[in-house]
Design a protein around this ligand. Structure first.
Ligand code: ATP
Length: 231
């Protein structure tokens, strides 16, 4: 679903490599944590997948597209296949929960009927049934992140990228949020989540790709945050 072949990235000629010869293959339906210290390249890796950045070297393939050959006018077609969730939620503050989620479908030209059906269905999926009329500031951080997940998933993309989605949340809420991502993954969506959250990674025991100075230093099935085996 996502393949990187010897991908390197630097933001400017004089900069060190943000990513350094990364090889990665995330198959359809996988759940993969990307871990590593601050500055190790986690966000950069996700940016390449949504074509917010192009690699300096190497090849990135997403959902069957070689991104190096994707014409600029087709980038929006790629982005439709990828839901994104960030640490800071990025909701539209003047719009209700329902409007925040519906907006995606409106932009895609969905019918009113489809929107009326799909938005409540997606709010149910993230446990926000009955909260469609609230404004973001009337919600807890965990609820706001649920809205962001609903917005990312409302058009049923095959891939979900989450960049530190629990960075602003307490431990219990973090676990609830990742449990939702896990449920979404079990329903078939490929999930890649960048995180610093040791407790979450140790708890969920998924594939772990560890970056250090832009290089993949570990790629482990059912791994913990650190290399050492868990009890
Ligand atoms: N827009 C940018 N312009 C220049 N350099 C950048 C930019 N974004 C990231 N970098 C550099 O690229 C390297 C990797 O950063 P990146 O944000 O990908 O790491 P990260 O692992 O996501 O860190 P964090 O956990 O702090 O978000 C760092 O050296 C960083 O300073």
């Amino acid at each position: 679903m996502i393949t990187m072949e010897r991908v390197s990235l630097r933001y400017a000629k004089a900069d060190p490599w943000a990513l350094d010869e990364v090889d990665l293959d995330v198959r359809r339906g996988e759940f993969c944590f990307v871990v590593g210290e601050s500055g190790s390249g986690k966000s950069s890796l996700l940016r390449l997948v949504i074509l917010e950045q192009r690699p300096s070297r190497g090849r990135v393939l997403v959902a069957g597209h070689d991104l190096g050959e994707l014409a600029p006018r087709r980038v929006h077609l790629l982005r439709r296949q990828i839901g994104t969730v960030f640490q800071d939620f990025r909701l539209l503050s003047g719009k209700t929960v329902h409007q925040n989620v519906a907006y995606v479908l409106q932009v895609l030209g969905a019918s009113r009927h489809e929107i009326r059906q799909r938005v409540p269905e997606t709010l149910d999926l993230v446990g926000l049934q009955g909260k469609g009329r609230r404004l973001p500031h009337e919600l807890s951080g965990g609820e706001q992140q649920r809205v962001a997940i609903a917005r990312a998933m409302v058009n049923k993309p095959p891939i979900l990228l989450a960049d530190e989605p629990t960075g602003n949340l307490d431990p219990d809420t973090s676990e609830e949020i990742v449990a939702i991502l896990d449920r979404i993954n079990r329903a078939g969506t490929t999930v890649v989540m960048a995180t610093h959250d040791t407790t979450i990674v140790d708890h969920f025991r998924k594939r772990v790709v560890q970056l250090q100075d832009g290089q993949v230093v570990r790629d482990q099935a059912e791994g913990g945050y650190r290399r050492a085996a868990l009890p």
